[in-house]
Design a protein around this ligand. Structure first.
Ligand SMILES: *[C@@H]1O[C@H](CO)[C@@H](O)[C@H](O)[C@H]1NC(C)=O
Ligand SMILES: *[C@@H]1O[C@H](CO)[C@@H](O)[C@H](O)[C@H]1NC(C)=O
Ligand SMILES: *[C@@H]1O[C@H](CO)[C@@H](O)[C@H](O)[C@H]1NC(C)=O
Ligand SMILES: *[C@@H]1O[C@H](CO)[C@@H](O)[C@H](O)[C@H]1NC(C)=O
Ligand SMILES: *[C@@H]1O[C@H](CO)[C@@H](O)[C@H](O)[C@H]1NC(C)=O
Ligand SMILES: *[C@@H]1O[C@H](CO)[C@@H](O)[C@H](O)[C@H]1NC(C)=O
Ligand SMILES: *[C@@H]1O[C@H](CO)[C@@H](O)[C@H](O)[C@H]1NC(C)=O
Ligand SMILES: *[C@@H]1O[C@H](CO)[C@@H](O)[C@H](O)[C@H]1NC(C)=O
Ligand SMILES: *[C@@H]1O[C@H](CO)[C@@H](O)[C@H](O)[C@H]1NC(C)=O
Ligand SMILES: *[C@@H]1O[C@H](CO)[C@@H](O)[C@H](O)[C@H]1NC(C)=O
Length: 875
């Protein structure tokens, strides 16, 4: 019997890595591949001779560790180039690589390779752990300096980036030679889901014609490594030059073109693998995937038929008859457990005239990927703080998970109902200098903030007062100046917050409050006398009045008639007069911290996160040079936004027109787009409740109604869709993106003919798509589609499997008379009022009727949705 030998396999990979088969065929798509050679000089890269894939230095993926060459005696010309250098991470409990630009919820293959090669001259190969995000992946046990260890895993990635971390377990310094990431299609490896991944034990190509050849990219479009397995004492090899077909699960034809049968035709095919326990999984479950195909054209009398068993138990319940040149794949979904060794036996049935055959096998152990990382907003805030102050510490990987590796100076709450949250930040004596980062105000569950004994300068940001859980702020011994802001004073007054601020010689330098600091320089808590509050309130009032006066010298808000004349002159020629705050490009750089954090991207360019001086968080939409949204659309949007004000339309805070740079500064909508909320893309929150959905629909409808009714001429939005409806922290909906807005006169015209279709596929009203006829009713149609998405949670175009418009889909299903068939699965089980759901669906279908005149107006829609909400609230 051939044993599935683990170590020789690894060495074979190393030895053969330079000897991959490359055909002269067109290379499959390698977009999304990340191929890293760890330890080569920063910025260097090369093209791998065998796969023709470009390999890059790891400098852009990690900021820890140091590069080393392996010792000269381990430089072997048959080894692939990536084994010749390593990056090692001495003294760090956890060191991570961050791989970005991923699609959340998709499956990826991860491959990490390690060859020690005595790079440190200690001749002591280490043992350490590797984690995939916040979950254990494998233990790397390097048994010999020349052994190349290969670890591969397949897992679903929850976010748009993932970290691969090396964890020091006290048995030597972790190091790494190379790291690859390859996107997989969802049809591959059905055992892999959001909470379960697979670690590869081996992936074997039986009976290859060239015994040293590892099949990889481009033969395998996913660049899996299929290692040869030949046992000339037990097996004879058969092969074909014909192409072998198969389903998505099938290995590449290059692997399936060769197979083995028993050398003695009356014997069985047998091979086995040993369980590989480790300290996290003392017993593990195994998945076995077998690929068989008939490579010989059999005459009528010949049959090949066999049973497959594992440790004597049925693996597949029927006898298998391989198909000619078409791969059949057999696998288990419930893992095999509880043995030290697993033996696969393939025996011919009594009827069979030919022995069994097999071309390829894959063996995996199950790994859990069920641990969730820290709440996303906490992670991005603490990362921004880390970058801002260039903190080193042990701040690598996830801040709170696993608990044993949580970041120094943080403490977290681990509530089973949601992801872990940061509740304490202690950066006392951490060498912080510069301003107090406004990102502290994004840690919304923080209770204790200790920034004492640092060199912080500038004033104390008032936004900290909005952190409702915050109980103690310690700012003792810094270089802060200015006075204590009013919001904080209020919190201190009502006893909900303690502020320690001694040893800040320049704090509260104006008026009485300053003397207080001087007198009680070592005071721990302050009790603020009413007098100071009054003085400060008076100051604030004075400042406000001054600012008001300045603003009053600018033109006041327009009336509706004014809006018309302006919008016409604006559409016709020249620059409209903008009345909001004007920013320079330099100011935008300050506000966005050099355009550091991208909130989203659109046709116009990117939208960045930023803070104004007063701590107000804003979204800055910067037009990119390659934008297909022109200056005209930009100006339309800017101008429109200055004219229209409604609580359900996103409001403009200011704009920038500085040389080539065009940008708009909006209020910040912390909960992102309705689209992401409905499709669960934002990761943290559960699905929206039915009541939240109805409220969002109603508010969006009110925003649109205002556009249609309150302005004269009426505005048509033209691009109503769920990604243009934004939500703030209270989940209040506001309509955004006015770049395509058109105004027209209701008196003389019933519709405007435009010169090209703009808008978004799936949302376009039929008369607009077909005849470019634009009326408010086109928006009503698009809103109907939005409402259907809100009800069903489905996208506007479904694939099931043929593309179908959501309007048709809902109509077909509702025709069967059951509202349960269409309501979002996340809401089923009585979490909604069925009457309200019927009514909402009815409104949506009326909005999406073919004939524009039969669609309701937005005023009708608002009234109907209001009733829906009342029904729901009365439930
Ligand atoms: C196997 O493949 C390698 C690399 O392509 C080549 O150098 C070697 O000659 C091949 N061996 C045989 C027997 O074809
Ligand atoms: C590795 O070796 C190359 C020359 O072979 C040398 O240029 C480089 O500096 C070495 N790198 C390290 C980290 O020692
Ligand atoms: C590493 O492998 C060696 C040899 O197989 C074994 O003796 C040792 O216990 C392993 N170490 C760990 C930590 O698993
Ligand atoms: C993933 O698959 C496992 C095993 O089939 C199952 O227990 C688990 O619930 C699945 N997880 C998800 C998120 O579907
Ligand atoms: C083939 O195997 C059978 C049964 O194990 C045995 O009786 C026979 O001698 C073997 N033939 C050869 C040529 O080894
Ligand atoms: C093959 O194995 C199956 C399952 O163990 C067994 O039922 C059957 O009798 C075997 N057939 C032959 C011909 O050995
Ligand atoms: C073997 O052949 C007999 C007679 O043709 C048939 O009844 C039986 O079902 C076959 N067995 C299998 C496992 O196909
Ligand atoms: C914060 O850290 C400092 C020094 O590391 C320590 O003295 C202080 O007690 C810590 N504060 C809390 C609340 O743990
Ligand atoms: C603060 O900065 C000054 C000058 O840059 C430096 O001398 C001092 O050591 C710093 N203090 C702390 C606590 O980092
Ligand atoms: C406070 O310090 C900052 C930076 O050190 C400085 O720019 C600012 O003018 C100071 N403000 C006052 C009121 O002293």
């Amino acid at each position: 019997m051939a044993a599935w030998s683990w170590l020789p396999l690894l060495v074979a990979v190393a030895a053969a890595a330079a000897a991959l088969r490359v055909h002269g065929q067109v290379a499959p798509d390698s977009t999304g591949f990340i191929s890293i050679d760890c330890g080569i000089p920063e910025k260097s890269s090369y093209v791998d001779g065998a796969t023709k894939l470009p390999y890059v230095s790891d400098a852009g993926f990690t900021d820890a560790g140091a590069n080393h060459n392996v010792s000269a005696e381990y430089i072997n010309p048959s080894f692939s180039r990536r084994y010749l250098n390593v990056r090692s991470f001495p003294g760090a409990p956890r060191s991570c690589y961050t791989l970005g630009s991923l699609t959340p919820g998709s499956k990826y293959l991860f491959r990490a390779v390690f060859m020690y090669g005595n790079y440190d001259g200690l001749n002591k190969p280490p043992v350490f752990d590797v984690h995939l995000g916040v979950n254990y992946w494998t233990t790397v046990n390097v048994t010999a300096a020349s052994a190349a260890v290969l670890a591969e895993a397949i897992a679903v990635v929850p976010d748009d980036s993932v970290q691969v971390c090396l964890v020091d377990t006290g048995a030597g310094t972790p190091f790494i030679s190379g790291l690859d990431l390859r996107p997989l299609t969802s049809a591959l490896y059905p055992q892999v889901n959001a909470t379960q991944g697979l670690a590869v034990l081996g992936r074997r190509n039986f009976g290859p014609t060239n015994a040293t050849l590892v099949v990889r990219y481009p033969d395998d479009p996913y660049d899996r490594a299929w290692t040869p397995w030949i046992d000339t004492e037990e097996w004879s090899e058969i092969s074909t030059t014909e192409q072998v077909g198969g389903t998505a699960m099938a290995p590449p034809s290059a692997v399936m073109q060769t197979a083995i049968t028993p050398l003695n035709a009356s014997k069985n095919i047998e091979f086995s693998w040993d369980a590989v326990p480790n300290h996290v999984y003392p017993t593990s479950g195994y998945i076995c995937i077998l690929h068989v195909v008939e490579l010989q054209s059999l005459d009528a009398k010949a049959t090949r038929q066999f049973f497959i068993t594992i440790n004597g138990r049925t693996f597949y319940h029927l006898p298998v008859t391989p198909h000619y040149l078409f791969t059949d794949t057999f696998y288990n979904t419930a893992p095999h457990w509880g043995f030290n060794q697993y033996k696969v036996t393939m025996n011919a049935t009594a009827n069979s005239t030919l022995p069994p055959v097999i071309s390829a096998a894959e063996i995996f152990s199950i790994i859990s990927t069920a641990n969730v990382g820290t709440y996303g907003q906490d992670v991005s805030a603490i990362m921004a703080i880390k970058d801002n102050y260039q903190l080193k510490k042990n701040w690598m990987g996830d801040p709170c998970v696993p608990k044993t590796l949580a970041w120094d100076g943080l403490s977290c709450s681990y509530d089973t109902s949601g992801p872990p949250r940061i509740i304490t930040v202690n950066l006392s004596s951490s060498g912080l200098s510069g301003a107090t980062s406004l990102y502290f105000s994004k840690l919304t569950t923080i209770q204790y903030l200790d920034l004492s004994h640092n060199n912080l300068t500038g004033s104390i940001p008032d936004v900290l007062s909005q952190l409702s859980s915050l109980k103690v702020i310690d700012l003792t011994d810094n270089q802060l100046n200015g006075s204590i802001p009013s919001g904080l004073l209020k919190r201190i007054q009502n006893g909900s917050l303690k502020l320690r601020y001694g040893d800040n010689p320049n704090l509260c330098s104006n008026g009485d409050s300053c003397q207080l600091t001087r007198k009680k320089i070592n005071a721990v808590y302050i009790a603020v006398p009413i007098v100071i509050l009054v003085v400060i309130a008076a100051l604030v009032l004075l400042l406000w009045l001054l600012r008001r006066k300045k603003e009053n010298s600018v033109k006041p808000q327009n009336e509706a008639t004014d809006a018309r004349s302006r919008s016409q002159s604006g559409n016709g020629h020249g620059l409209p007069q903008l009345e909001n705050r004007r920013f320079t490009y330099k100011e935008l750089e300050m506000i966005t911290n050099n355009f550091q954090r991208v909130l989203g991207r659109g046709g116009f360019g990117s939208v960045y996160d930023g803070f104004l001086d007063d701590g107000t968080q804003v979204a800055v939409k910067l037009r990119s040079e390659s934008s297909n949204q022109g200056v005209r659309e930009f100006l339309t949007e800017a101008q429109t936004l200055t004219k229209i004000h409604h609580k359900n339309l996103v409001s403009l805070i200011g704009y920038c027109k500085d040389g080539e740079y065009l940008a708009l500064v909006y209020e910040y909508m912390s909960e992102g787009t309705l689209e992401d909320k409905l499709r669960g893309k934002d990761g943290n929150a559960g699905p929206l409740t039915w009541r939240q959905r109805l409220r969002i629909a109603l508010e969006s409808a009110q925003g649109l109604e205002y556009l249609h009714k309150a302005c004269s001429p009426a505005f048509v939005h033209r691009d109503v869709k769920t990604s243009n409806i934004l939500l703030n922290a209270n989940l209040e909906a506001k309509i955004a993106d006015f770049g395509l807005l058109k105004a027209f006169r209701r008196e003389d015209d019933t519709h405007v003919s435009t010169d090209r279709v703009v808008g978004t596929h799936g949302y376009l009203a039929p008369e607009y798509a077909a005849a470019l006829q634009l009326t408010e009713k086109s928006d009503v149609y698009s809103f109907g589609v939005v409402l259907l998405e809100v009800i069903t949670g489905k996208p506007p175009i479904l694939r099931c499997p043929e593309p179908i418009n959501i309007v048709q889909w809902v109509r077909q299903r509702l025709a069967r008379g059951n509202i349960e068939d269409v309501v979002d699965a996340g809401l089923r089980g009585g979490c909604y009022d069925a009457n309200a759901a019927w009514k909402a669906a009815d409104v949506a279908l009326k909005c999406t009727t073919q004939v524009p005149a039969q669609r309701p107006t937005m005023t009708d829609v608002v009234a109907q949705l209001q009733e829906c909400l009342e029904l729901e609230e009365g439930r």
